[in-house]
Design a binder for this molecule. Structure first.
Ligand code: PHE
Length: 340
């Protein structure tokens, strides 16, 4: 019996050493300790052993069994560690590898200007109203004191869709739509696309304007000047000055052209301001009595001012862009420069 046990111990040791993974080891374990395993068979065979020999035989079989269980467990642990190390090695990430490059977009300069203007003016309490781009002649011209055949129509070379409808040539149409629907006090900003049949380095057939309208009791040109001073300082530099020059728009009276001191040279005169020290940025004025009347607002009770600016023009001044067409060509080499 003893020899048999010893031989089995040797073959178990060999079997354990030969197992290269946990699956093979498990097969070996079953071969000896499983239900039909060899050690299990030895234990079952105890019945046939003479009663006086049983304690002796039982002891050595049990020793073999405990030894075998431990030997399998120890090898199992070693193989488990080996398998884990192999798995970790295969999943290792090289953190020094260059990252995948993701090209991110940038915000268009006109959008940047629009956002900044909206920030500045909504911060001063302005609401925002966006009117339609296909507009009635009435809102774009007639209600703004520009009747059919008025010579002021020549200032805005308009795309007509029909006798009645056109592509709006100015966001001033928003003034009428707002005043028709709301009683003063009114403080509203009207940004959007406008269209004119005009195209060169400083004009584009489609461009963006932002209209401002304030109507209340006792509003004066001084309020307009104060508002523009604040706008100029926030949009450009704290040193930027505002100058009003007399001008003409049918829907404002008096009308002004608004210049800002050149933020490039500080007013001394340079290439950007063409040596004058001033840059024209917007049109403005006190809302014409006739326009207020057209909208059912009593001009003897209420007064107001309006201003309108081109966003491309503001962007050209702010970012030193010399040709408006760059803003519509969508050349990424140009657009990429406006990452903030
Ligand atoms: N709508 C005018 C233009 O497009 C600008 C303007 C707006 C002037 C409001 C005065 C008041 O030229």
């Amino acid at each position: 019996m003893k020899e048999k046990i010893e031989a089995m111990r040797v073959s178990i040791e060999e079997g354990i050493a030969a197992a290269e993974n946990r699956k093979e080891l498990f097969e070996q374990k079953m071969k000896y300790l499983g239900k039909t395993g060899e050690i299990t068979a030895l234990l079952k065979g105890m019945r046939d052993v003479a009663p006086e020999e049983r304690p002796q035989v039982g002891k050595i079989i049990n020793e073999l069994r405990f030894w075998a269980e431990e030997a399998f467990a120890a090898r199992e642990e070693v193989l488990k560690q080996q398998e884990l190390s192999a798995k970790y090695a295969s999943e290792k990430i090289d953190v020094t590898m260059p990252a995948k490059f993701v090209e991110t977009g940038s915000v268009h300069p006109v959008t940047l200007v629009r956002q900044e203007l909206l920030n500045i003016f909504t911060g001063m309490g302005f609401d925002v109203y966006e009117g339609p781009e296909i507009e009635k002649d009435y809102y774009n011209f007639q209600a703004l004191n520009i009747p059919a055949d008025h010579p002021a129509r020549d200032m805005q070379d308009t795309f007509f869709i029909s006798g009645e409808f056109l592509l709006r040539s100015q966001t001033s149409s928003g003034q009428i739509r707002v005043m028709e629907n709301k009683k003063p006090p009114i403080k509203v900003l009207s940004p959007g696309r406008v269209y004119r049949s005009d195209s060169d380095a400083t004009h584009s057939p489609m461009f963006h304007q932002m209209e401002g309208l304030v109507v209340d009791k006792g509003i004066t040109l001084n309020d307009l000047k104060g508002l523009l001073d604040e706008f100029a300082r926030r949009m450009f530099t704290s040193e930027t000055k505002v100058r009003l020059r007399p001008s003409y728009f049918p829907f404002t009276e008096p009308s002004v052209e608004v210049d800002l001191s050149c933020s490039n040279c500080g007013g001394k005169g340079c290439r950007i301001c063409k040596g004058t020290g001033w840059i024209e940025v917007l049109g403005a004025g006190m809302v014409n009595r006739k326009v207020l009347e057209n909208c059912g607002v009593d001009p003897d009770v209420y007064t107001g001012f309006a201003f309108g600016m081109g966003l491309e023009r503001i962007a050209m001044i702010k970012y030193g862009i010399s040709d408006i067409r760059l803003m519509f060509e969508n050349d990424v080499r140009f657009l990429k420069q406006f990452k903030d």
